[in-house]
Design a protein around this ligand. Structure first.
Ligand SMILES: [Fe+2]
Length: 320
């Protein structure tokens, strides 16, 4: 695999955080990395959740049984996938959620447990780390966050997570196992195109398309348990697990600035289907404001004529 390998610096450990079983703090930031690189570029950091028994498989099976049995709370996929596959791959005929987690060592699967920061057992430590990322990044983040969420990702040895990008600001926290993690620059049009962004923000979660020729431009991290990576909004990434079970957290945040940009991409998607070549968001504040207002009106009209699917309600985490 081509690409630059980065070696993270070891963060100074501080003792005394009651939430961290290892005696290390959940998170520390001795070098100011979280504010300096916030949503600009990926970087590697250290954390204190490695070895925490809350993330052992038995605990995660029990957690999955406490979550509501609804797709909003769990995603899982069984069987082999490639870097190009969509999220739907491996969902047609599945083991149960609990069997998938319990057998993760041998079933070539991935499980994503959602809204886990609300769980009575594991939630406190996850809400602690949600707060820490905001504290270290400062006002630039705190003033922009709508809600934060913790996902727990459990995946098999050698499992691939296909190439994709996310609308949420993300901190990937590796608790167990190791993986090779490729991240691409979200600011370079060659690596993420307007058409991909427009498709994604119009409801196609697998709109990002992996291109072999781009792999040489990736930053490739050899990620170990006890380390994490910051992934800026819409920075494409894909993952190859090592030869061991992986348990990781995706600590992510919905941002007001992204919600505005999403409306422009949504409208541009429709303009492009009409044969136009719309300007990218960010090239004109005035044009962006017009597009945001237009998209808000159009999306409001569409919601009036479409029946909303029933979904459970749940508490959300917001910065204090
Ligand atoms: Fe992701």
């Amino acid at each position: 695999m081509a690409g630059m390998h980065e070696t993270p610096t070891m963060a100074a450990a501080q003792a005394g955080d009651p939430l961290c079983q290892s005696g290390r703090p959940v998170l520390s930031d001795p070098n100011g990395d979280f504010a300096r690189h916030y949503n600009r570029q990926s970087f590697c950091f250290e954390h204190g959740l490695k070895g925490n028994p809350l993330f052992e498989l038995d605990s995660l099976v029990a957690l999955s049984q406490r979550l509501p049995a609804h797709p909003d709370f769990a995603y899982w996929s069984n069987g082999p996938v490639s870097v190009n596959d969509p999220w739907e791959k491996g969902m047609a005929a599945r083991h149960s959620l609990q069997d998938t987690i319990a057998g993760i060592a041998g079933n070539n699967s991935i499980v994503i447990l959602k809204h886990t920061e609300q769980d009575p057992v594991i939630g406190p430590v996850l809400r602690e780390i949600l707060s820490k990322f905001v504290e270290y990044a400062g006002a630039q983040m705190r003033d922009d966050v709508i809600v934060g969420e913790s996902l727990i990702l459990v995946s098999s040895p050698k499992r691939i997570t296909p190439y994709h990008f996310d609308a949420e600001l993300n901190y990937l926290v590796q608790v167990t196992g190791d993986k090779t993690f490729s991240v691409f620059d979200h600011t370079r049009a060659l690596q993420v195109t307007d058409e991909e962004l427009e498709g994604y923000f119009s409801g196609a979660p697998s709109a990002a398309k992996y291109r072999d020729a781009n792999q040489a431009n990736a930053t490739v991290y050899d990620l170990k348990a006890g380390q994490g990576i910051h992934i800026p909004v819409t920075a494409p990434h894909w993952v190859q697990n090592g030869d061991n079970i992986s348990v990781a957290l995706s600590i992510n945040y919905e941002l007001k600035s992204v919600a505005r940009r999403a409306k422009s991409y949504w409208l541009n998607h429709r303009l492009r289907k009409l044969g136009m070549t719309p300007a990218s968001p960010g090239t004109s504040n005035f044009r962006d404001s017009l597009k945001t207002a237009s998209a808000t009106s159009l999306q409001g009209l569409r919601s009036l004529v479409r029946a909303a699917p029933p979904a459970p309600t749940w508490q959300v985490w917001t910065p204090s």
